[in-house]
Design a protein. Structure first.
Length: 128
């Protein structure tokens, strides 16, 4: 999944049911819909700090549903990929923004815009 985290497939619980997606009669007779569930709290692959981060961002349980394809195997892959992407996004540490001063050009553009806006408003006034 990431350089520091590898989730065993056994920790992702898969459930199957009949799909309402594409596939016609095949989908109505076979259980091609996949619901993947990952319990963050019970995971042995995540450290306590990673668990806190994930729970704070997306909750204690990650779920994804896939019924996009005709085959159960492909829907299983899609659901697992969606769980992994959600977990990857929740684990991502955002860089801190380094405050900088506005550039000379941006200050000049701001002043010019204020001046133009002032002129427009002045021209809209009724004559005195």
């Amino acid at each position: 999944m990431t350089r520091s985290v590898v989730i065993p497939r056994s920790e992702i619980e898969l459930r199957f049911s009949r799909s309402s997606g594409p596939g016609g009669q095949h989908a109505q007779h076979n259980e091609t819909r996949v619901v993947a569930r990952f319990d963050v709290e019970a995971s042995s692959a995540l450290t306590p700090a990673q668990k806190r981060r994930v729970v704070a961002r997306v909750g204690a349980e990650l779920r994804s549903v896939a019924q996009d394809e005709r085959s159960q195997w492909r829907n299983r892959e899609l659901a697992t990929e969606r769980i992994v992407e959600a977990l990857r996004a929740a684990l991502k540490v955002e860089r801190r923004r380094v405050p900088t001063k506005p550039s000379a050009g941006s200050r000049r553009r701001r002043r010019d815009a204020k001046r133009r806006r002032s002129d427009v408003k002045r021209l809209r006034r009724p004559p005195q």
